[in-house]
Every structure is written in structure tokens, then in C-alpha cells.
Design a binder for this molecule. Structure first.
Ligand code: MN3
Length: 214
């Protein structure tokens, strides 16, 4: 995926109806083709008007807001966040149910949560606890897995946490199929998590800047 301006909305790695019956084609189409596209268009517009920003990657824009002029801190957080979060969300799902196989991630989950079921319970509880629009995340930081939530399009990157899994709990992610029933959506989402991708994200997790502002 292109990490630098100009950003492009690349096709999903599966068809719009691939995640049915868990997530419907209409939701996937609007989410990818309208919502993510709007964030990409707006981010490109900001970057076009502020050429100095074009040297930074998407992750860099989100990891250290001291590189951003004051008037761009919120627009970049919202729109670069909207691009980063949606790309990771769509990329982290797959049509073929897959279970986490033995490996580095499973070992960490068992050590820190006791079981996959316990991890999921805690992750789901976090996702249900988000007030309004936002995300629940599984992140990696300093050798530990950590579940956290963010409002709006904020990312854990600005806190130095490296995301490996996220779920979008904005209502647009589920309203067409589940209306206000966020828990139904989460129970469906569980079936389309691409655990192989989550493990790859863990293996590749490293700070964007050497000090990461700390
Ligand atoms: Mn969304």
C-alpha cells in the first residue's frame, strides 16, 4: 500500500461480498468506496496545500505530532487517521475463517490473557465500551500486548503503541446490517479476523521514529 502522498484507495484484497454472511456487501462497499475514499481525498487535499508534509509517511504523520504545524494537528489526526485505520481494518479481515496457529502471537496471548477466548472477551468489552465513534485495538508495546480504545479517528501510534488488530465501531461499520446492535456486529466480526495478518503485524511492529517522541 502506498505510504506517501499522493494516497490512493487501493482495492480491497477480497470482493465486497466476500465477508458475507458476517459483514454484508453493501456495508463493505460504502465503507471502502465512500468513507475511506473521503478520508483519502481530504488527506491528499491537505498534503497538496502543505507540500512540506509530503516528505512524511502516513505512519510518521500519526506518530509524532510535533512534526505538524499547529493548524494541521487536528485535520491530520482525523484524516491520516481515517486512512490508516480503515486500511488496517480492511486488510485485517479475510473470508476464510482462520484460527491463530502456534507461534509468537499465540504464545504471547496465552501468557498475558490465558486463552484466546479471554483475549476476545476483553477485546469485545473494550469495543463495547467506546462511547460514540472510535476503535478498539490490540497493540504491542515494550514486549507486552495491550488492549485499548481511541475516540474518532485517533490512533495508538501517537502514544507509542504499535497496532496489530483493530475493530471499527463507528456506526457506519454496522448500521445497515445490525442497526444499533454493536454486540451483534462484534460477534460477526470475530469470524472474519485474519489472525495470520495480526501475527504478521506483531512481527513487523517497530517504532516509526527511533525515540518515538519519548
Ligand atoms: Mn469506518
Amino acid at each position: 500500500m502506498n505510504e506517501y502522498y499522493p494516497f490512493v484507495n487501493e482495492p480491497l484484497p477480497y470482493s465486497y461480498n466476500a465477508l458475507e454472511p458476517y459483514i454484508d456487501a453493501e456495508t463493505m462497499y460504502f465503507h471502502h468506496n465512500k468513507h475511506l475514499q473521503a478520508y483519502i481525498d481530504k488527506l491528499n487535499e491537505i498534503m497538496e496545500q502543505n507540500p512540506y508534509m509530503q516528505q512524511f509517511s502516513l505512519k510518521q504523520l500519526l506518530s509524532d505530532n510535533s512534526i505538524l504545524p499547529p493548524q494541521l494537528k487536528i485535520p491530520i489526526r482525523n484524516n491520516a487517521g481515517g486512512v490508516y485505520n480503515h486500511r488496517m481494518f480492511f486488510d485485517g479481515m479475510c473470508a476464510e475463517q482462520n484460527e491463530l496457529s502456534d507461534g509468537v502471537l499465540k504464545a504471547m496471548v496465552l501468557r498475558e490473557f490465558g486463552s484466546m477466548e479471554r483475549l476476545w472477551e476483553k477485546f469485545k468489552a473494550a469495543a463495547l465500551s467506546v462511547f460514540g465513534s472510535g476503535y478498539a485495538w490490540l497493540t504491542y508495546e515494550c514486549g507486552r500486548l495491550c488492549i485499548l480504545t481511541t475516540p474518532n479517528q485517533n490512533t495508538p501510534l501517537e502514544g507509542g503503541f504499535m497496532p496489530i488488530l483493530l475493530v471499527d465501531v463507528w456506526e457506519h461499520a454496522y448500521y445497515l446490517k445490525n442497526q444499533n446492535r454493536r454486540e451483534d456486529y462484534l460477534n460477526n466480526y470475530m469470524h472474519v479476523i485474519d489472525w495470520e495478518k495480526v501475527e504478521i503485524n506483531l512481527i513487523n511492529a517497530k517504532p516509526v521514529f527511533r525515540n518515538n517522541g519519548r
